[in-house]
Design a protein around this ligand. Structure first.
Ligand code: 3B9
Length: 327
């Protein structure tokens, strides 16, 4: 095989593998089997070994490093990772809306986003390349988990544009992966994870990226924290922008004209969310217009322009199967 033929194969294999990586996270699109995926990856590794000049840091073969970290380096967040205040009832949502309209007037639209039951992470890209992944930590200082973040298949190693930006999102373990992992741990006599959030957190704290890679985590982006270009004026635009760059910002969400539409959307997803491939624990409501967000500002630890409505906690479950994983 000539180098030119090899280059065509390598490019085609990389595209096909990344395509299947993205499809793996869309519930209704059955992706290829793990064995078929492994075969594609083996073929790509073999070609990149035969033709080293074709190697690239953003090839899917560069996701899983072999070196085991000693520990995690601390990372200071240039933009703090804030938390959300919670609402547990419709009355509290109406009170939130009243407070918002008291400050910014009645022309306020909200974006509703399903709240994924995972852990907050920050992804930094420079000139379009993934350079760092970090945990939230205390909001100011987190831990560098770049080697584990790189193993998450729907996290692009390279964006479609060479921009420098930072996004925040939720790292999660799909329900199926959670069940499979706990079954393996049960067979090996290891303690079970109580829920997908703990399983995801435990996976990202692994010092060996090969273990993190085996846990098949996913990320859904919910915030554009810093952007070198493209000044956005609305949160909904920011999410469309990061999606256009190849980032997974495709969580269930809706732009609502008022708080009543928000309440309808919350009710609509109260049961529907159980059929999703990932665990959720609420709905995040945000003022869409960023100028209004600035007017509303922040309390000590959370924005005044956002709130998380929490669904009634899942009934305490004793058996593996009854954690509403709908399987
Ligand atoms: C709204 C925000 C708290 C993110 N926003 C921020 O953290 C944030 C941080 C500094 C900001 O501006 C500042 C910049 C510099 C200094 C201080 C504030 C603005 C927003 C948040 C938190 C958790 C979320 C979650 N689990 N799911 C979804 N879907 N959305 C979420 N959104």
């Amino acid at each position: 095989m000539t180098i030119d033929e090899a280059r065509l194969c390598v490019d085609a294999l990389r595209k096909e593998i990344e395509h299947h990586n993205q499809r793996y996270y869309q519930e209704d699109n059955p992706s290829i089997t793990d064995a078929e995926w492994d075969a594609l990856m083996r073929e790509l590794i073999s070609l990149e070994t035969q033709f080293p000049e074709l190697q690239s840091p953003s090839s899917p073969t560069q996701r899983v490093g072999a070196s085991v970290s000693e520990g995690f380096v601390k990372v200071e967040h240039q933009i703090p990772m804030l938390s959300l205040s919670n609402a547990y009832s419709t009355e509290e949502l109406l009170e939130f809306d009243r407070r918002v309209r008291q400050v910014v007037g009645d022309e306020v639209r909200y974006v509703c986003e399903l709240k994924i039951d995972g852990l907050a992470v920050s992804l930094r890209y420079e000139q379009g390349r993934l350079v760092r992944g970090a945990t939230r930590g205390d909001g100011e200082v987190g831990e560098d988990i770049t080697s584990n973040i790189r193993t998450i298949r729907n996290v692009p190693l390279e964006l479609t544009e060479p921009v420098t930006l930072e996004v925040r999102g939720e790292a999660y373990m799909p329900k199926q992966s959670f069940l499979r992992l706990n079954e393996q741990r049960e067979q090996q006599g290891e303690p079970l994870f109580a829920n997908p959030r703990n399983a995801a957190a435990g996976s990202l704290r692994q010092l060996d990226p090969r273990v993190a890679a085996s846990r098949r985590l996913g990320v859904i982006v919910y915030q554009l924290a810093e952007a070198s270009e493209y000044p956005v004026e609305r949160h909904s635009e920011a999410l469309e922008y990061v999606r256009s760059l190849g980032l997974p910002a495709n969580g269930e969400r809706k732009l609502c004209a008022d708080i009543h539409e928000v309440i309808e959307y919350i009710d609509e997803w109260s049961e529907k969310r159980r059929s999703l491939s990932y665990a959720t624990d609420g709905m995040v409501i945000k003022v869409d217009d960023m100028v209004l967000q600035q007017e509303l500002g922040f309390t000590a630890k959370s924005p005044r322009w956002a709130i998380a409505y929490k669904y009634a906690a899942e009934q305490a479950t004793t058996t593996l199967r009854r954690i509403d994983l709908n399987v």
